[in-house]
Design a protein around this ligand. Structure first.
Ligand code: 9Z3
Length: 312
């Protein structure tokens, strides 16, 4: 009998841009594998669950992709090549610093008829320059690949394709699964084609469990990789137990637990041997330090130890 995840891929079509993304992933992984670099796959942002094939409405979640976008920058700083697999229109590395009106407010318009010019305000140069330098460096050295998903089904297709391309890197591949992936969905076969009509009364929407992809991911797709998953809870009393359950079930290396309410200040690292908090001090917070800086530094140390002890 086909497993739940195999059944999923049989009954859900890949997204329309799937083959293009697969080629990009393949080229990126082969290029960095040939130079012996480490690659971090960072997943980021939330998945949607459409309620109709021609989607007017969908179920979504809170994630703006802050964790993933910030972490991608810190992995680049640590010398990793990065696949940034994110929800369309969620936060991206580098541009995240200048979201919304912030960017416009940094610019000055010098309207001189046909010789109009635009400059960066002097007091914004210090803010923009380092971010721009890091952005340009990542682009020019081909160190970052952006791929996007919207629905939970898109995410599943893209995740498997990324894993297939990362497989040959063995333990040099690091998976950092920070996307907020829906646990529930409506199978394609049960979706109405057209917009749900209010004239037939209030709809009853019945969701089903998504397959747990961490199982094939760890045991079949990238069995040698260093896999880090995130666990989000809102009830502190169950966080560590849930993180430990996940490690016991899927046998990966590390679960980073976080609470919705305090995720910007602290997380808990749960490994098969131990659990410890990683948190920003008051002073670090005042100085504008981001917790992702600490999370990524700790993850990179664990990945290095894992690589050092890896038996080929
Ligand atoms: C996380 O727990 C991330 O840290 C956040 C980041 C989504 C909380 P933001 O985008 O938030 O910075 O606002 N991601 C994993 C969430 C998740 O769906 N985990 C699944 C679960 O908890 C397992 S992979 O069951």
């Amino acid at each position: 009998m086909a497993s739940h995840w195999e059944e999923f891929y049989k009954t859900h079509l890949p997204p329309t841009d799937f083959e293009d993304n697969r080629s990009l992933l393949k080229e990126f992984c082969e290029r960095h594998n040939s130079t012996g670099e480490r690659i971090a796959l960072v997943t980021s942002g939330g998945t949607t669950v459409p309620l109709e094939h021609n989607t007017v409405r969908f179920v979504d979640n809170f994630s703006a992709g802050t964790r993933g976008a910030a972490s991608a920058e810190y992995f680049l700083e640590q010398g990793y090549a990065v696949i940034f697999m994110h929800r369309t229109k969620s936060l991206e590395p580098f541009t995240r610093h200048f979201n919304g009106q912030k960017f416009m407010d940094m610019l000055e318009l010098h309207d001189r008829g046909p010789n109009t010019t635009i400059t960066v305000k002097p007091d914004s140069v210090d803010v923009l320059a380092p971010v721009l330098a890091n952005y340009k460096a990542a682009q020019e050295t081909g160190k970052i690949l952006y791929v996007t998903f919207t629905t939970v089904s898109d995410y599943f297709w893209l995740l498997r394709a990324a894993c297939e391309c990362l497989g040959p890197l063995g333990p040099k591949a690091l998976l950092y699964l920070a996307a907020a992936v829906s646990d529930f969905y409506i199978p394609s076969s049960e979706l109405p084609t057209h917009k749900i009509q209010s004239s037939v009364g209030a709809p009853t929407i019945s969701l089903q469990l998504v397959p747990k992809l961490l199982a094939p991911l760890v045991s079949l797709w990238v069995p040698q990789a260093f896999v880090v998953s995130f666990k989000l809870e809102t009830d502190e009393n169950i966080l560590i137990a849930k993180a430990r359950d996940s490690l016991n079930k899927y046998k990966h290396k590390l679960v980073v637990g976080n609470m919705l309410q305090t995720r910007r200040q602290k997380v808990v690292f749960v490994t098969p041997e131990s659990s410890y908090e990683v948190l920003l001090s008051r002073e670090q917070m005042i100085n504008g330090m981001e917790i992702e800086d600490l999370i990524v530094s700790n993850v990179v140390i664990s990945h290095s130890n894992f690589l050092a002890s890896f038996k080929y």
